[in-house]
Design a binder for this molecule. Structure first.
Ligand code: FUC
Length: 800
């Protein structure tokens, strides 16, 4: 049988196998929603569903980096859960513990005496932040549109078009076709909801705002609703922010009026804050939503939230709907369309996204990998824009006042992972909020360094929040890790490497220098080999096998790896910027005394100074911190340091493939760096299964945590293109699952953009664009070629 025909037959059989149970389920399930195959001609970059969201992780996210919403798409009741990126609990505070410095030498001695548990207790008593917890990110509230009808609908479809960043809901009721379009404009700073019907006078509903914030009030006029409130105090830190949200309703035909629902004991909970606006018999209706808080920066909360909202609302109301929509799409596409990926497509594309996730492991839906990849890019664009806050553990989307891990910034992997795809996948602007946060941590961390360690420079431990808190939190087990800021500096250095932008390097260099200074003052000699090590520290968040019940240790491998990077990059930056030569020399001397990477008795890369990996309490621990050196760093490399790469591989094998969402995604990137595309792909299949991906494609830690989405997209890019150690590697780890495909617009370090096409698993053409004219080595398999590419004169290579 010719292979093409055989392939089509396999696809057809698989498609029918997928399709049949679905149709049957739709037929038997509910008489309300009838499955309409005509509605399923999706544009390729669309998430779509045939029913409304019941769970929050089925709802679809929109956002402009500051304002965000999760859209449920109900027929009788539309629900938008709303967020504003600066609405966090608390206010400016400084958690540095003034007892820490006196305890520090005792803690160190206990650790070097092997009394880890005692050291941990002393840290717990004397060194932890006050308060012990940081501030949570808080939901803003909810918008409800009540249509009050329960009539049978057909042709229901809910979708999110990643290319336009517009969500829509369509259905037919009583022969009328209804449509809602919803987007969140980065240009006009409003959410826009447009409701239309194909017959006049059919649109009637009431609209209301609610919030779980108790200190809040809602007032409605004839065509607007305004909510005003305060954030919450937390852990003894007083509430310092106010917020305003406003909804404006415009109708074509029909009318709007103020509406006060009758509150009874039974509906009070549901209706909540009472005044609403009714829309009666309109032909079309447009809702604009604006929101703001009084947050200006981590030490200034004097913003005028009401004035901000009023100004934005007025400006948006001056624009036509068409203009709002057009400007929104243009701003989104300017970023989104830079990268296109084609891994092949099958009829599975016609299935709803949740069904496709459930069947991805069967291997006949390569386009779902593309959708997953582009969804991550969509998410980063939607939650991290210049001038805003960085992506939290949940990006921008959080429906709670007490979200998992407070929806903060966990900087012992998670925040860094959020930005892994930013450079490779051509969204460098999205790194701007991260850069800003690190520059601010380099301010607040100065006090923590001085008060807790008596050191120069700055330090940030394993978490931070809106207020840029930097002291160790939660408990010694997790919090006593002083490398958070130093790791974040590596994201910024990478941003420099990809852009080759010297002005950016000049801007971040003081933060890099301050981070390094802290370690010059705090590294200590360990007693056995007299190597320089961090102490106290931990290998995030893995128990020290030499202790009974703590992770506290000295000189875990990840610390030394991050410090080698930090020192090397400071030295390189000082040469590029022609500054601080003496400081660079000092860093070089200190670097040479750092504890080395060590290969243990099982052939593994040691996680700790001692060879303890096989005695670990959890051999399959989710964190693979010591493998930082392989990815995201490139100190360990299959080509340059094959012995260390083999040891890292051994460690990965011991750890296993499946872990939490982000930990699974990290493993995928690591196998890509080991140039084992098939292994990485098998891990990706687990990541993109219902075990680790919710119906709306959000990553499931579980619970929802956005880092897995970003780590997964980075993993896909790493399979196709790598650029560490001054070399551009084309298709370094192409899995057999993607024999034919193309990618356009990926970025490589040194100021390059790369387009690649392949067939039957072989490179057919690559186009390399250079913005800088920097020389570079190209590699495809064993073939290398040294090139210098002039800007605007793309270079074509076929890998020979
Ligand atoms: C670290 C991880 C957890 C989770 C949390 C937000 O503590 O170990 O898995 O991702 O951060």
């Amino acid at each position: 049988m010719p292979s093409l025909f055989r392939h089509s037959l396999v696809c057809l059989v698989a498609f029918v196998a997928l399709w049949l149970p679905l149709c049957l389920a739709a037929a038997t399930n509910s008489a309300l929603v009838v499955y309409d195959t005509n509605a399923l001609t999706a544009s390729p970059l669309t998430l779509f569903y045939t029913n409304a969201a019941h769970q929050w992780t089925e709802a679809l996210p929109i956002g402009n980096g500051r304002l965000g919403a999760m859209i449920f798409g109900g027929v009788a009741r539309e629900h938008l859960q709303l967020n504003e990126a600066t609405l966090w609990a608390g206010g400016p505070y400084d958690p540095a513990n003034t007892n820490a410095l006196a305890a520090l030498p005792v803690v160190r001695q206990l650790i070097f005496d092997g009394k880890y548990d005692e050291a941990s207790q002393l840290i717990s008593q004397k060194m932890m932040a006050v308060p012990l917890q940081q501030m949570p990110y808080e939901t803003l509230g909810d918008l409800f549109l009540d249509f009050g009808s329960n009539e049978a609908v057909t042709d229901y479809r809910r979708d999110l078009d990643l290319d336009t960043a517009i969500a829509s809901v369509r259905y037919t009721a009583n022969g009328v076709h209804f449509k809602r379009e919803i987007f969140c404009s980065p240009v006009d700073q409003v959410i826009v909801i447009q409701l239309t019907a194909d017959q006049p006078g059919q649109i009637s509903f009431t609209v209301g705002l609610q919030t779980p914030h108790t200190a809040a009030a809602v007032l409605a006029g004839t065509n607007s609703i305004e909510m005003y409130g305060y954030n919450n105090a937390a852990h003894g830190v007083p509430a310092a922010l106010n917020f305003t949200a406003k909804v404006n309703v415009r109708v074509v035909g029909g009318q709007t009026k103020r509406f006060t629902p009758l509150l009874t004991e039974t509906n009070r909970q549901e209706i909540g804050l009472a005044t609403q606006v009714s829309v009666l018999h309109a032909n079309a209706a447009t809702l604009l939503i604006a929101a703001a808080t009084s947050y200006k920066n981590y030490h200034d909360v004097s913003g005028k939230s009401q004035a901000l909202v009023h100004n934005r609302m007025e400006a948006a109301m001056d624009k036509s709907l068409e203009r709002l929509r057009r400007d929104h799409i243009a701003a989104h596409q300017e970023l989104f369309r830079r990268v296109s990926l084609n891994l092949g497509a099958t009829d599975a594309m016609k299935l709803p996204t949740d069904v496709r996730i459930a069947h991805f492991a069967e291997g006949n839906d390569p386009q779902l990998a593309t959708l997953y990849f582009q969804f991550a890019r969509y998410l980063l664009i939607s939650c991290s824009r210049p001038g805003g806050q960085p992506a939290t553990l949940q990006g921008l989307w959080n429906n709670s006042l007490k979200p998992p891990w407070d929806s903060k910034y966990t900087i012992n992997i998670n925040t860094e992972m959020n930005y892994w795809p930013a450079e490779t996948c051509n969204l460098p602007e999205c790194v701007d909020p991260l850069t800003q946060m690190v520059l601010e941590l380099a301010e607040t961390g100065v006090r923590t360094a001085r008060v807790e360690y008596g050191a120069r420079g700055w330090v940030a431990h394993h978490n931070t929040d809106l207020w840029r808190a930097t002291a160790p939190i939660d408990g010694p087990q997790y919090g006593m890790w002083p490398l958070g800021g130093a790791w974040l500096c590596q994201n910024l250095w990478d941003h420099y490497l990809f852009s080759d932008d010297k002005a950016y390097l000049r801007k971040i260099y003081p933060a890099m220098k301050g981070a390094a200074q802290f370690f010059l003052d705090t590294l200590v000699e360990e007693p056995t080999h007299h190597w320089l090590v961090t102490c106290p520290s931990l290998s995030p968040e893995n128990d020290n096998p030499a202790a009974t019940n703590t992770s506290i240790t000295a000189g875990p491998t990840i610390d030394l790896e991050i410090l080698r990077d930090l020192f090397d990059h400071c030295i390189e930056a000082s040469a590029i910027l022609d500054t601080d030569r003496k400081f660079a020399t000092q860093l070089g001397a200190t670097r040479s005394r750092l504890a080395p990477l060590q290969i243990g008795s099982a052939g593994q890369l040691q996680e700790w100074l001692q060879d303890l990996d096989l005695q670990a309490y959890d051999l399959h621990h989710r964190h693979v911190s010591h493998l930082y050196g392989l990815f995201p760093s490139a100190q360990i490399d299959v080509i340059d340091t094959p012995d260390l790469a083999a040891a890292a591989k051994k460690s990965l094998e011991i750890r296993g493939d499946q872990a939490t969402g982000w930990a699974t995604a990290w493993r995928m990137n690591l196998w890509a760096r080991l140039h084992d595309g098939d292994h990485a792909y098998s891990i990706f299949q687990f990541l993109l299964s219902p075990a680790r991906t919710y119906p709306d494609l959000f990553d499931a830690h579980p619970p929802f945590q956005i880092d897995g989405n970003f780590g997964g997209a980075s993993g896909i890019a790493e399979l196709l293109l790598q650029s560490q150690n001054h070399e551009i590697q084309l298709l370094p780890a192409l899995p057999h699952a993607w024999p034919n495909g193309s990618v356009k617009g990926l970025r490589a370090r040194g100021g390059f953009e790369v387009d690649i096409t392949w067939q039957d698993g072989q490179l057919t053409a690559a186009t390399i664009h250079s913005r800088t004219g920097n020389p570079v080595r190209l590699r495809y398999g064993q073939t290398t070629r040294f090139v210098q590419i002039a800007p605007n004169h793309p270079f074509q290579w076929h890998g020979q």
